[in-house]
Design a protein around this ligand. Structure first.
Ligand SMILES: Cc1cc2nc3c(=O)[nH]c(=O)nc-3n(C[C@H](O)[C@H](O)[C@H](O)COP(=O)(O)OP(=O)(O)OC[C@H]3O[C@@H](n4cnc5c(N)ncnc54)[C@H](O)[C@@H]3O)c2cc1C
Length: 547
């Protein structure tokens, strides 16, 4: 079906659908795709256009009042899949647990609930496969693992398939029941007068075109900042916004804080040894030839014993200024600012180029000339109600308040990351592995000196909890107290582990799609049995009678 554009489709009458998805990133695509055969009329409302546009980007503006966040959100068809790098890893079982040493932790479900959806999620992302109990199946190979103390550290693996872009998926869509409308920004969520049911959303595009979408159910798939913004700014009936009776919307903003300079460094002469232990390397798996990389994380028993957060360290390589491969790339892509200098780097160091050509031919990783090699560490955060997004006083061009982001990185995150760095250094020494040098803030406990950045993973602002006093959505991702309104994306995560979020986002979106199918498809009861994933008997029992 062709993509529609709100600027040209006219706005005489409201748009009607069974299900309205706000946004067109991974979360929205996964839901639409899972409901492909459902017969439901689905409309996807996307604020941006088919490619990056300054006018759409302007709607992503925020006022940073805390630790600045990178602007890692794409407003266009396909959302942030446009720039993501594709790394996949599932959360650990401990990430779902209520942990006495992590205030506000605990999901209203466990890892086993989401495990049956991981393989399908991985399929959407070109990753995997995963076993039904949620384990990643890494292709076998000669990779050597360091024999770290299992009571303290565990080896963790990430998979980097070629990054999937969702925009082209929507452009190739053949589902006649799926409408995709771009240049359509949702500006208000409209409930019935009691505030108990979402009835429609208002959409706008430039030129003052405004109309409404009416649907039986809506899913906010607008990302970790915008999901909260839409709930907070839709405050005509309830002054605090929708789903915000207990002032939780926008709070508990989290990300995966990291120091971008390697926290654990090695001599570049040890690069080959570090690479042999951790990668990255390529392997042929069931879903193609992918990059894999290993790192080290705290073992769950160590987290429990010492009250630590879940952290992981992974290898990072930084090219030397005179790296001939980077120089050749700059020359080939017309991005060289000093052509003679770059040419000199290439012709005086031909060995690197020869090895790179050979690696490319064999579809292997290309080795660069390095200035530095080390581990970067990222961690989960302790959910902090003061770390938040809230409405500011400025408004965007559609009159929607611009949000202030007050992202906080606290002492617990820094202390856990520093402890992981020290543990790795000790274990490397004990095992006779390359000598590790620690960043001064880590070695000497000068945590205030650490400069942390986010990982473009805004999380937690519409967190999941059984009790509406502590969360915005319930375990089914439905906004507490509001019929017909659901949220998908990392904003529903109550805690974020150390894993990159998208595999988990997609797994939860698939689970939500299956629940919506049961709720919205009164005539499809028999069919439901065939789409029910194994292991979600509780949900099936609850929604066994289509409503
Ligand atoms: C540089 C970078 C690298 C990354 N690498 C990884 C990685 O390796 N692994 C990983 O797991 N994650 C990674 N991420 C994070 C990943 O991109 C996100 O987790 C994922 O894209 C989130 O998907 P989503 O569908 O929830 O939101 P998005 O993809 O952000 O989609 C939100 C959509 O909503 C639209 N929208 C917003 N507001 C409105 C509105 N009011 N009305 C209508 N539409 C609206 C937006 O235009 C957008 O299309 C990376 C992110 C960045 C920036």
């Amino acid at each position: 079906m062709p993509i529609e554009d709100l600027r040209t489709i006219g706005t005489a009458s409201p748009i009607d659908a069974d299900l309205c998805l706000v946004g067109s990133g991974f979360a929205a695509w996964s839901i639409a795709e899972e409901l492909r055969e459902s017969g439901l009329r689905i409309v996807v409302i996307e604020s941006g256009g088919l490619g990056p546009e300054a006018a759409a980007d302007a709607l992503n503006e925020v006022d940073d009042v805390g630790v600045p966040l990178r602007n890692g959100r794409d407003r266009l068809l396909g959302g942030t899949s446009h720039t993501w790098t594709g790394r996949c890893r599932a959360f650990d079982e401990i990430d779902y647990e209520r942990r006495s040493w992590v205030p506000h932790s605990g999901w209203p479900l466990d890892g086993a609930t989401i495990a049956p959806y991981l393989d399908r999620a991985a399929e959407h992302l070109g990753a995997g496969p995963y076993t039904p109990d949620g384990r990643a199946e890494e292709p076998p190979g000669p990779q050597e693992r360091p024999r770290v103390d299992p009571g303290s550290l565990q080896s963790v693996c990430w998979e980097d398939p070629p990054p999937v872009r969702i925009g082209p998926h929507f452009l190739a869509n053949t589902n006649a029941k799926l409408r995709v409308i771009v240049h359509a920004t949702v500006t208000h969520l409209t409930t019935d007068p009691s505030g108990a049911r979402l009835e429609s959303v208002e959409i706008a595009c430039d030129g003052e075109t405004r109309t409404t979408v009416r649907a039986r159910a809506f899913v906010l798939c607008a990302g970790g900042i915008e999901n909260a913004r839409l709930l907070l700014s839709s405050n005509r009936v309830r002054p605090n916004g929708i789903g915000n009776e207990h002032d939780v919307v926008g709070r508990y903003l989290m990300d995966h804080p990291r120091d971008d300079v390697p926290v654990v460094g090695f001599d570049v002469r040890d690069a080959a040894r570090v690479r042999a232990l951790f990668g990255p390397y390529k392997r042929d798996g069931a879903r193609g030839r992918h990059d894999y990389m290993h790192g080290l994380a705290f073992a769950p028993e160590r987290q429990r014993r010492d009250g630590l957060l879940n952290c992981a360290a992974w290898p990072r390589e930084f090219s030397a200024a005179d790296d001939p491969i980077d120089a050749a790339t700059r020359l080939a892509t017309g991005r060289s600012e000093r052509t003679v200098r770059d040419l000199a780097y290439v012709v005086t160091q031909p060995g690197w180029i020869v090895r790179a050509v050979r690696a490319k031919r064999n579809d292997e990783r290309v080795a660069h000339k390095l200035a530095q090699i080390g581990f970067t560490i990222a961690s989960e955060q302790v959910p902090d109600p003061e770390s938040r997004v809230r409405l500011g006083s400025r408004k965007d061009r559609f009159g929607v308040p611009i949000v202030e982001t007050d992202w906080r990185v606290n002492a617990r995150e820094k202390a856990s990351q520093a402890e992981l760095a020290r543990t790795i250094a000790r274990e490397f020494e004990r095992l006779g592995l390359p000598r590790a040098t620690l960043a001064p803030w880590t070695a000497e406990g000068r945590h205030d000196e650490a400069i942390f950045a986010d990982g473009c993973h805004p999380t937690g602002t519409t967190r999941m909890a059984t009790d509406p006093r502590f969360g915005v959505v319930d375990a089914d991702c439905r906004v507490h107290g509001v019929e017909g309104l659901y949220v998908a994306g990392s904003s529903v995560f109550p805690t974020a582990g150390h894993a990159n979020p998208t595999l988990t986002i997609v797994a939860f979106a698939i689970r939500l799609a299956h629940l919506l199918r049961r709720r919205l498809s009164a005539t499809l009861a028999a069919d439901v049995v065939s789409v029910r994933p194994p292991g979600d008997e509780a949900a099936v029992a609850r929604y066994g009678t289509a409503s």
